[in-house]
Design a protein around this ligand. Structure first.
Ligand SMILES: O=C(O)CCC(=O)CC(=O)O
Length: 262
C-alpha cells in the first residue's frame, strides 16, 4: 500500500510487479468501490505486467479533497501517478466511471496510452435527473439507503446471498464509502459527456460488459464500442456491473487476449 501527495491531495494506490520491461496496466475504479476490487485480476497478471491500482479522491484511503469533482480532476490524479512511476505505453482498464476517467486521460495525454479496455461503461452515463436523485438519496438517507438497489445492479442474483462472504464484503465496501466522496463522484458523472473523445480514439480499444449489468447495460456499452473506431465488444455471461469481481476468470481471459494483441 502506497500514498502519493499530488498537490495537496494524498492518493492511496499500489504498484505491483513494477519492472520497466513489463507492459503497464492502470486500473480505474467504479463509483463507490476502492482498488481492492482488482485483487483477483492483479494476482493473476502480476508476473507478466506492471499493475497500477488507485483509489479515486473521495474513495478508499485517498483524501476527500473538495467535492464535487470533475472527471478531468480524477484523470489528472491518474496522470500524476503514471508520471511518478515513469510508466510508458500504459493500457488503461476503466470500470464504469473509471471508463470516463480513461477517456479523459486519453484526451489529455494520448502519448502515454497504448490501449484502452473499457468495462461496463459508456461515453455518457445516466441523465442529470438520475444523478440528482442519486445525490439527493445519499445526502438525505446515507449510503445504506441505496445499498439494496445498487447491489442488485452490481452483482447477479446467485452471487447476492448472505452465505457468500465475498458479497457481504463488497456490501461493507460500499457502506464504508464516505457520502461526500460518493456524491462528489456522482456530480462528475452527471457532468461528463465524452462522445467526441470516443470518436477520436486512435489506440486499440475493447469494451466488455456483464450480461446482467443494471447500471450500464449491454446496449449502452455497445453504443460506446460503436463510437470508437475498430473497437471490440463482448458480453460476459454470469456477471452484472462488476465482472472483475464476479467472473474474474472470464474477465481476465478477455483482458489477456486484448493485451496480447497489442
Ligand atoms: O459504477 C459507476 O461508476 C457508475 C454507474 C452506476 O450508476 C453504478 C451504480 O449503479 O452504482
Amino acid at each position: 500500500m502506497k500514498f502519493l501527495r499530488i498537490g495537496d491531495v494524498v492518493i492511496s494506490h499500489d504498484i505491483v510487479g513494477a519492472d520497466s520491461s513489463k507492459p503497464a496496466i492502470a486500473f480505474i475504479n467504479s463509483l463507490g468501490t476502492d482498488r481492492r476490487i482488482w485483487s483477483q485480476v492483479v494476482e493473476a497478471l502480476s508476473d507478466e505486467f506492471t499493475l497500477l491500482t488507485f483509489d479515486k479522491r473521495g474513495h478508499g484511503l485517498s483524501d476527500l479533497a473538495s467535492p464535487p469533482y470533475q472527471i478531468e480532476t480524477f484523470a489528472d490524479d491518474l496522470i500524476a501517478l503514471i508520471e511518478h512511476y515513469d510508466l510508458r505505453d500504459v493500457t488503461l482498464c476503466g470500470l464504469s466511471i473509471g471508463g470516463l476517467i480513461a477517456l479523459s486521460t486519453y484526451d489529455k495525454r494520448p502519448d502515454l496510452i497504448r490501449g484502452l479496455f473499457f468495462a461496463d461503461t459508456a461515453h455518457k452515463i445516466g441523465t442529470p435527473e438520475f444523478w440528482a436523485a442519486r445525490i439527493g438519496a445519499v445526502e438525505s438517507g446515507g449510503i445504506g439507503s441505496i445499498l439494496e438497489p445498487i447491489m442488485s445492479r452490481w452483482f447477479t442474483g446467485p452471487y447476492r446471498t448472505n452465505e457468500n462472504a465475498d458479497y457481504r464484503g463488497y456490501c461493507n465496501m460500499l457502506l464504508r464509502q464516505p457520502v461526500e466522496g460518493y456524491a462528489g463522484a456522482c456530480a462528475a458523472i452527471r457532468d461528463a459527456d465524452f462522445t467526441d473523445v470516443a470518436k477520436r480514439i486512435a489506440a486499440p480499444a475493447h469494451c466488455v460488459v456483464g450480461a446482467e449489468d443494471g447500471s450500464t447495460p449491454p446496449e449502452l456499452v455497445r453504443s460506446l464500442a460503436d463510437l470508437i473506431p475498430g473497437c471490440g465488444f463482448e458480453i460476459i455471461e454470469g456477471a452484472a456491473h462488476i465482472p472483475c469481481v464476479e467472473t474474474p476468470e472470464l474477465f481476465i481471459g478477455i483482458l489477456r487476449r486484448f493485451l496480447s494483441a497489442l
